[in-house]
Design a protein around this ligand. Sequence first.
Ligand SMILES: C[S@@+](CC[C@H](N)C(=O)[O-])C[C@H]1O[C@@H](n2cnc3c(N)ncnc32)[C@H](O)[C@@H]1O
Length: 283
Amino acid sequence: MTARTTDVDICSTGRGWRVPKSCYIAAMNSGFSDADRLKRSALAAVALRMGWWRGFKLARGYWRTYIRKGYLPYEPSLWWEAYHSAADGSDASTIELSADPLVSQYHYATIETLILRVLHTYGMPQRVLDLGSGAGHWLNFYQRLGCEVTGVELSSEAARRLRERFSQIEQCHIADMELSGFDLVNAIGVMFHIVDDDAHRRAISAIGQAIKPGGLLIVGGGFPLISVNVQFDEDSQVNKRLRSRRYWRQELESWMDVRFIRNRAAREIHAIVPESDLLIAIR
Ligand SMILES: C[S@@+](CC[C@H](N)C(=O)[O-])C[C@H]1O[C@@H](n2cnc3c(N)ncnc32)[C@H](O)[C@@H]1O
């Protein structure tokens, strides 16, 4: 079997370089010629570049956000309607239209592990509200844990597909929802797609209304030092904005126990996966 660049089995060369373990062991043990070693170090270079992707994306984002400026926020309803019409309703196509199913499964598994750890600490919820449900991965996850689930989804196409599998689906923008009484609100890979600052604040306020006092909020995404726009479409419209930890702490000032959990496993794979650290907070 040939080694994939998505190999998760990695080891360190001692100089901060990480290469797929299979390449490393093969190169050490099988008497390769210098030429072969060179080819294998090219593989290592690809792995290294993948590791630097996040840094590059942030640096490019800071440049475009604070120096070049001039980008417009996208129009979410139209954008997500078009996106879901092109997607096939699978988890993989929810994170990226042409995502590798193996990478997608790894991505979801790393976040599931973190959430299970959080639930182990804070206890199992009964009623769960999942925001930006997409293909329904998180509705399915909480339902399998025995929770009663409700989903909120902006796109009518995605909502139509979700209704075939789940009974409680609201089709609206998170900022416009009027729901209450939930033990847990789960928002993975969606809050950073609310680019408009006013809509983002209204969304946080609607989330506050939806969670019972003492209930838990879980947000999945990226939480850098300064807020930064990281994804731009061909019309120079921004469709992903990572908000800083400071921003979140300010917006959740009246909440308890606001903390951030790094998703280390997501960084251990030589592939590009969406931002998947967690923010957790108690209402
Ligand atoms: C990147 S996908 C993530 C889907 C899902 N949470 C997951 O992790 O598999 C983002 C989803 O959020 C939905 N979405 C984006 N902005 C939204 C908003 N303002 N209100 C509700 N849903 C939204 C999109 O239609 C899309 O299905």
